[in-house]
Design a binder for this molecule. Structure first.
Ligand code: ADP
Ligand code: MG
Length: 885
């Protein structure tokens, strides 16, 4: 049987019952989908739910507790044993639930950032998720795409793919459409095939899908690929380490409590169960898990703000960002380009109209030009031919499919009365696509008479040195120094008005000229200049100001002319009076060290290529900055990877940059970066809040027991009570803190240092002081009650238990502010209010509901008890509310 690469395109079409001119019908698609399944590589099996559930109990101390409980049960303490079991079980369920939630939101993330493919079905191009592709689908490939399936190439415009993922060969392979007759070719020699998972490094093309999912070359080796493991974020790692220390501390303290207790004459067995319960309660084993939950909840909030986090660790790093290097075009600006001015034969022509709307006129002074200006019409026609985009009408509005810069040229052509059919008598023989390195694009056309022309358009300063002639009324003339100066003046004038400039030129080619790209774009005839406006996005100016206030510097990076960049930067209030604008050519001459020395003063990088971005990232990082860098094209990927927070564009970005990035902007908008940073800071602050809450609670729990045995008193809390406190207060209120709103000043202070430890900025002090006070007031409540009723230990224990719980539930509001509890409206966080109320209700049930009293060792309390309890419980929080420390 012949292989795909040996067949002609027609044979492939026949075999797959599809034509390139029509695509599959939706019926064929659904049939094939049910027959062959999704175009996905099968990933590793998921862990079964029951294992995740069991894993909640694998913690060492929990196992010890369970064993101790078992012993208690065997010794006849059934009630205690069962109560402890139930509490441990509920605790496990909460852990399970949290883990599931985190898992689900990560799944959702994966779906959101899943790759898409351009597919031609029922004679229409559409975008579908790559996994929906079936055999026979016609797909289009663009630079930067991941090839979505195995395909037979049917059209190649300088298409090159990089197949190292498959073959290990990192040099790009040129692709073409012709069949190959040899029969024993390896993947790397099948140059008319594209393989799933490889990358389009240049050009574009069209192909027919011949293999999907596991039936691709990549699918065959998929089983060899390493599985993706969840990597813990820096904070999760820090907390895991801290957790280990805390376990040791908690166990040591517990042993101290047990030993002291035994010396004081408490029965060993009692002390043992109390000790183990205490250890279980005091060890913040759930901390890393709650952090993961908080991170993933934050990720969901970011999605609502149109930012998709691809790596959980980015959430943390975002809060540390100190520099944002952002593309100008499309990220800070609307990317709705409109040609406003044309320079031709020494004349400046004004173009009216807005956006991509095709209504508009051409004016010289006040005089309207219609079709009485042959050179203008020619220039616009050339702009339409040397073009890679398409005008479409959607909901009565013109939109551009493709590069907006090209789209603007189409719109201008429409304004003079050219139609999409104009120039149909010429054939495009070859295209050299635009890229940001070359800053130009060319096509070779052939007309009816077999004459060939090259049309090149691109950045004027790139094109002008390649021009030897300039068009004039009679035809063309030599480009003299004087003409050059006039043109350069025109460029400057346009750029000063914040217009993006593009020059267009042509060259007649004799038949025998080689079409080798290297020799084509020279000896050109300059035709004219386009000046197009790309208005800044409305919200960007405010976002830049907000970032500045938050100690984050915004840097603009663009391939545009220096003057254009400067004008827009001024507009956006991004460039201070003493700020520097650096040009790509200047960057070339500088070493990274030289750049480092001045980079703090640079706000705009103009006429740069993607390679420069890497240098910029390195220089900022060398100055100790945490750098966020945006990018869309393939060549941006290295800089994005090297930056601390790589940001890619959801709409205009390529698959490759998206894969390299840790954050995707669904709307390509700079302002979204600001929102994401704000959210990143907020999430980190919330994590600090519940670390503080949990640890202070634990300190209080341990200390009350320690103080009691030190003073030779009976135990103020029984094991079930300790476990109950741990369950209720560690559960809902802690999670609600994770959902807290930011303090008013999150974006009013500088970024935090990524090296900052868990207890930085006074958190350790807060935990210890609050913890000690919570322990003391609980002990006082116990002592007062017990001394008045020495015969009724349960009474004293109930009061101690209630005081501890209330002190924690009041303290939770303190945790919301780094300054003082009085700074914030306690009812602002509705989840927290709900969590506290439900915790109080649970407390009341345990105290007042008779069937539970013997289980929790409680009795009903009176009004006077409550006054004592609330008065004492409020002290830790209120006291520190005044000291603001
Ligand atoms: P940016 O950072 O603004 O996206 P680019 O690298 O895309 O910069 O563009 C740099 C310059 O290349 C532009 O100022 C323009 O002169 C020229 N240019 C941009 N797009 C095209 C295109 N599609 N065809 C030809 N030239 C272009
Ligand atoms: Mg661009």
């Amino acid at each position: 049987m012949k292989k795909w690469y040996q067949l002609d395109v027609e044979q492939v079409e026949q075999k797959l019952q599809v034509t390139v001119s029509r695509g599959l019908t939706s019926k064929q698609v659904s049939e094939r989908q049910s027959q062959y399944g999704y175009n996905m590589l099968e990933t590793n099996k998921q862990t079964p739910r029951w294992i995740i559930f069991l894993k909640q109990f694998q913690d060492f101390m929990v196992l010890v507790l369970l064993a101790a409980t078992l012993i208690a049960g065997m010794l006849g303490e059934f009630v205690d044993a069962i109560a402890i079991m139930v509490i441990v079980l509920v605790n496990g369920c909460i852990g399970y639930f949290q883990e599931q939630k985190a898992e689900k939101s990560l799944e959702k993330l994966k779906e959101l950032s899943a790759p898409m493919a351009n597919v031609f079905r029922d004679k229409k191009w559409e975008k579908v998720a790559s996994k929906e592709l079936v055999i026979g689908d016609i797909v289009r490939l663009n630079t930067g795409d991941r090839v979505p399936a195995d395909i037979r190439i049917v059209k190649s415009v300088s298409l090159e793919t990089e197949e190292s993922a498959l073959t290990g060969e990192s040099l790009p392979v040129m692709k073409h459409a012709a069949a190959i007759s040899r029969s024993d070719l390896d993947a790397q020699d099948q140059v008319n095939m594209g393989f799933k998972g490889t990358m389009v490094s240049r050009g574009s093309g069209i192909g027919i899908v011949v293999g999907t999912g596991m039936n691709t070359v990549m699918g065959q080796i998929a089983s060899l690929m390493s599985s993706t493991k969840k990597i813990p974020t820096p904070l999760e790692r820090k907390l895991a380490e801290l957790g280990k220390i805390l376990i040791v501390v908690a166990i040591l303290l517990t042993i101290l409590v047990v030993v002291l207790g035994v010396i004081q004459g408490h029965p060993i067995y009692n002390m043992f169960l109390a000790g183990v319960s205490l250890a279980v309660a005091a060890i913040p084993e759930g901390l890393p898990a709650i952090v993961t939950v908080a991170l993933s909840l934050g990720v969901q909030r970011m999605i609502r703000k149109r930012a998709i986090v691809r790596k959980l660790s980015a959430v943390e790093t975002l809060g540390c960002a100190s520099v944002i290097c952002s593309d100008k075009t499309g990220t800070m600006t609307e990317n709705e380009m409109t040609v406003k001015e044309i320079y031709l034969n020494g004349e400046t022509i004004t173009v009216t109209g807005d956006g991509f709307d095709v209504e508009g006129d051409f004016l010289i002074g006040n005089k309207k030009i219609k079709q009485d200006h042959p050179n203008l019409e020619n220039m616009l026609l050339y702009g339409q031919l040397c073009n890679n985009s398409e005008l479409q009408i959607k909901k009565g509005k013109y939109i551009v499919n493709g590069d907006p810069t090209d789209g603007a040229l189409l719109v201008a052509a429409r304004k003079i009365g050219l139609s999409p059919l104009s120039g149909q008598n010429v054939e495009i023989v070859k295209e050299i696509p635009f890229d940001s390195d070359r800053k130009r694009m060319s096509v070779i056309i052939e007309d009816d008479n077999g004459r060939r022309f090259l049309i090149t358009k691109g950045a004027p300063d790139v094109l002008l040195p390649r021009c030897n002639y300039v068009v004039d009324q009679e035809g063309r003339k030599l480009l003299k120094k004087h003409d050059k100066e006039l043109i350069e003046q025109a460029i400057d004038q346009m750029a000063d008005k914040a217009l993006r400039t593009i020059a267009i030129s042509m060259r007649p080619l004799s038949k025998d000229v080689s079409l080798d790209s290297a020799f084509l774009e020279k000896d050109l005839t300059f035709i004219g200049l386009y000046g197009m406006i790309d208005p800044p996005r409305k919200e960007v100016k405010a976002a830049i100001a907000e970032c500045r206030e938050a100690g984050i510097k915004t840097v603009m990076i663009t391939g545009d002319h220096v003057k254009t960049a400067r004008a827009i930067a001024k507009d956006l209030n991004l460039l201070p009076d003493n700020g520097l604008v650096l040009e790509g050519s200047e960057l070339n001459k500088m070493s990274v060290e030289e750049l480092e020395n001045i980079i703090e003063d640079v706000y705009v990088f103009a006429r740069v290529t993607p390679e420069h971005k890497l240098k910029i990232v390195k220089a900022f990082q060398a100055r100790g900055h945490i750098v966020a860098m945006t990018g869309d094209g393939v060549n941006d990927a290295p800089a994005i990877k090297a930056s601390d927070i790589g940001i890619s564009m959801g709409i205009s970005g390529t698959d490759v940059t998206k894969e390299a990035s840790s954050l995707v902007l669904m709307d390509d908008n700079f302002a979204t970066i600001k929102s994401a940073i704000q959210e990143g800071r907020n999430i980190y602050e919330n994590i600090r809040k519940f670390i503080r809450y949990l640890l202070a609670s634990n300190v209080g729990e341990i200390l009350v027991m320690l103080f009691a045995v030190l003073l030779g008193m009976p135990l103020p809390l029984v094991p079930v009570q300790i476990l109950w406190v741990n369950l209720v207060t560690d559960g809902l209120p802690a999670m609600a803190l994770g959902l807290d709103k930011p303090e008013a000043d999150v974006m009013k202070h500088g970024p935090r240092s990524p090296k900052e430890g868990v207890f930085a900025r006074g958190l350790g002090f807060k935990i210890i002081t609050r913890g000690i006070l919570i322990g003391i007031v609980t002990l006082i409540a116990f002592m007062v009650t017990y001394q008045n009723n020495p015969e009724n230990l349960v009474y004293g224990q109930t009061v101690a238990f209630t005081t501890l719980v209330m002190a924690q539930l009041i303290h939770v509001f303190d945790c919301r502010s780094e300054k003082s509890v009085f700074e914030r409206n306690p009812f602002e966080n509705i989840y927290l209010v709900f969590a506290v109320i439900s915790s109080i209700l649970l407390l009341l049930v345990v105290i007042y509901w008779e069937p539970l009293q013997p289980i929790f060792h409680t009795i009903s309390l009176g009004l006077r008890d409550w006054m004592l309890i609330l008065g004492l419980a409020a002290i830790p929080t209120v006291l520190f509310g005044f000291t603001k420390r």
